[in-house]
Design a protein around this ligand. Structure first.
Ligand SMILES: NC(=O)c1ccc[n+]([C@@H]2O[C@H](COP(=O)([O-])OP(=O)(O)OC[C@H]3O[C@@H](n4cnc5c(N)ncnc54)[C@H](O)[C@@H]3O)[C@@H](O)[C@H]2O)c1
Length: 247
């Protein structure tokens, strides 16, 4: 057991749930933070019946106060926090010309304010203790301007990659690293729910490796970047996209 502690946002389902399982398997104590608290609680109890090594925390990533409360609750519970995975994200696809102010703000809140507040609150805490790891889950859309998931989402994810660099530079001297992972389309429920089967076939045919990505592999990359000896990986955007975007 590594005895390290990680908080993962959006851990109730999808990629966040896979990431939570992987960190738990790697010996971490895992805090599953989500607005969907019941699903997060169910997974936490599945991972740790007595909640000694997994717990659920109600957290809306658009709220800085929620990040502060989560930090305090975890410090009280387990005495330390080693890593934050800013994973929560969402989008509602709307043609670029039709995105309203409300839709834009909502998508920016969930995908970009989330990263700002997570990095501010946990970055400061990690800097004060002289060690910490932050991993931001970005997206291929934020790199290539792909609008299949919405222009607001692509813009927010591009912003998340930029914030990764800003915090990576500011916090590096304090023992804190900040990296992004930028997945292409993954074999996850949201992809099958939101893309009609016929369209999905075309998407897959356009991916050089000919398959959707594995969430478990993204989770492995997050575990790698969160490890104590990962100090030299900093400010990077780790592309895992099947060859859809090469640079
Ligand atoms: N699925 C993909 O193919 C793919 C590709 C690239 C990037 N990503 C990114 O991976 C991350 C996870 O995506 P997913 O596919 O698992 O999505 P998902 O919709 O299946 O899960 C998202 C989770 O975030 C939670 N959430 C939503 N709003 C929240 C809020 N305001 N506060 C706290 N939690 C909130 C949801 O309750 C849910 O548990 C996102 O950042 C997404 O942009 C996904």
């Amino acid at each position: 057991m590594s005895n390290r502690v990680v908080l993962i946002t959006g851990a109730a389902r999808g990629l966040g749930a896979v990431v939570a399982r992987r960190f738990h398997e790697a010996g971490y104590k895992v805090a599953l933070a989500d607005i969907a608290i019941e699903a997060a609680q169910a997974l936490a109890r599945e991972l740790s019946k007595d909640e000694s090594s997994a717990c659920a925390i109600k957290l809306d990533v658009a709220s800085k106060a929620d990040f502060e409360a989560a930090r305090d609750a975890l410090l009280e519970r387990w005495g330390a926090i080693d890593a934050l995975i800013n994973n929560a994200g969402a989008s509602k696809v709307v043609p670029a010309m039709e995105i309203t102010a409300e839709q834009f703000d909502q998508v920016i809140d969930i995908n970009l304010r989330s990263v700002l507040f997570g990095c501010q609150v946990f970055g400061q805490h990690f800097a004060n203790r002289g060690a910490g790891r932050i991993v931001n889950i970005a997206s291929l859309a934020g790199q290539n301007g792909g609008s299949a998931t919405g222009a607001h989402y692509a813009a927010a994810k591009g912003g998340a990659i930029t914030l990764t660099k800003v915090f990576a530079r500011d916090l590096a001297a304090h023992g804190v690293t900040v990296n992004a992972i930028s997945p292409g389309p993954l074999d996850l429920p949201i992809v099958h729910e939101s893309v009609p089967a016929e369209k999905l076939e075309k998407v897959i045919a356009g991916i050089p490796v000919g398959k959707l990505g594995s969430a478990a592999y993204i989770a492995d990359v997050a575990v790698l970047l969160a490890s104590a000896d990962a100090y030299f990986a900093n400010g990077a955007c780790w592309d895992v996209n099947g060859g859809l975007y090469m640079r």
